[in-house]
Ligand binder design. Structure first.
Ligand code: GLV
Ligand code: MN
Ligand code: MN
Ligand code: MN
Length: 411
């Protein structure tokens, strides 16, 4: 059997290969249900089959590779992550977790070994929510918690989610999307390997860490609607400038988040209409993402932000359209699975470090069905959602060994 460092090199090479499946020529962008995502899934499916797995796609386009247990009828343990990306992404957020899981199965297959439980490697079709501004579409469909109203959401090109699923070979049938892929008693749990996306492990000089909990999050789409008009003729006091209100709103959100420990709030997308230098902005549409480990604090913050938006709009005679696209509560990782990860890390000879995740992960949704755990890998400078994402092959090899040990402790 090949060494874990050789296997980790293969993982890195595969991350590199997948990074070329992009919707944009000069940067990595892979939205839900895009041709680039289909190419990525095909490549991963091929590697899964070569590793002795049977391969299947579900209604929304998640890829599922299954490696049977030594005896039929045994329970299943889930591993995996997502294959979609943000815009101008790095190579590792998502694919690294899928490919590390795949490599663990590949090594079992090389040894002609099976475990007392089946393994499924899940490659989720949408975790980032780039295309429809609502995250976790893949895991929501897989757990049967997909809200059918999402099928009518429209992307930037006017393509509905229903149409996008159909075009990419899926089946946008609400009933299928609301049917869980497993019954809870068929499952043992889910474990995801992911880059940390923050600087903590690097600061502690540790290759891996265990996730305690994943923050809850809300996403909103907000429109400020004023009146477009001539930039040269409409006096300042008679204007209803949507962008001026949006600008005040953006700073209000920042001030509120800065004043609330642990709260993060981000406006990452802004569209100004009609968008000309000599036209007063008539409408601004912006995204808002709000997160906190404590759901009550997050909910209160969202309410206060909404009230501020309303007050600002009223002051300036602007119409406000406020739409909540997503709300997911925070989750705690499973204490028993955490204990097994702790043992695995200690037996590999590394100190323990437990940390919360401010980033969202499919485990949030999987937790509705089965116990979840996450293993973070140190990344350079804590950088992610950026092309400069970087991990060391040695750390990936350590993560693989930890997962292998974890699986044998579970058996
Ligand atoms: C996904 O990476 C998210 O946390 O938004
Ligand atoms: Mn991400
Ligand atoms: Mn991710
Ligand atoms: Mn709500």
């Amino acid at each position: 059997m090949e060494s874990t460092i050789t296997a980790a090199q293969t993982i890195m090479e595969r991350c590199e290969i997948l990074s070329h499946y992009s919707e944009e020529p000069d940067r990595l962008t892979r939205r839900f249900a895009s041709p680039a995502l289909s190419q990525t899934k095909e490549a991963v499916a091929g590697w899964m089959q070569a590793a002795g797995m049977s391969v299947q796609y579900d209604a929304i386009g998640n890829l599922i590779g299954r490696y049977e247990a030594e005896v039929p009828g045994a329970k299943t343990f889930l591993l995996g992550s997502h294959l979609d990306t943000v815009r101008d992404a790095g190579k590792y957020d998502g694919p690294l977790g899928v490919l590390t899981a795949l490599a663990c199965v590949e090594r079992l297959h090389q040894q002609q070994r099976r475990l007392s439980f089946a393994l499924e490697v899940l490659a989720f079709a949408d975790e980032e929510g780039l295309r429809y501004h609502t995250a976790y579409l893949g895991s929501k469909a897989m757990t049967g918690t997909f809200p059918p109203r999402l099928l009518s959401f429209i992307d930037a090109d006017g393509i509905s989610m229903r149409e996008a699923i159909r075009t990419s070979g899926g089946t946008p049938d609400p009933q299928l999307l609301q049917t869980p892929h497993w019954q809870p008693d068929e499952l043992i749990g889910y474990c995801e390997v992911h880059i940390e996306q923050g600087p903590t492990l690097e600061a502690h000089n540790l290759p891996v860490g265990i996730v305690s909990a994943i923050s809850g999050q809300n996403r909103f789409s907000i429109d400020f609607v004023g009146q477009a008009g001539h930039a040269g003729t409409v006096p300042m006091e008679l204007r209803r400038d949507a962008l001026s209100v949006a600008a005040v709103f953006i700073l209000t959100v920042e001030t509120l988040a800065r004043g609330t420990p642990g709260l993060v709030a981000t406006i990452g997308q802004l569209s100004v209409q009609p968008g000309a230098s000599n036209v007063i902005p008539g409408q601004v549409t912006l995204s808002l993402d709000v997160r906190h480990q404590d759901d009550t604090i997050r909910e209160q913050a969202c309410q206060r932000i909404y009230e501020q938006a309303k007050a600002l709009s009223e002051q300036r005679n602007i119409r406000l359209h406020w739409q909540e696209l997503q709300e997911d509560a925070s989750i705690a990782c499973n204490p028993h699975l955490i204990q097994l990860l702790e043992r695995a890390i200690q037996e590999e000879g590394y100190p323990l470090h437990i940390l919360p995740s401010g980033a969202g992960h499919d485990g949030v949704i999987l937790s509705k069905l089965t116990p979840v755990a996450m293993l973070f890998i140190r990344c350079r400078g804590g950088i992610s959602h950026h092309p400069a994402e970087s991990v060391k092959v040695e750390d990936v090899a350590i993560a693989m060994r930890v997962v292998e040990r974890f699986l044998s402790l579970l058996a």
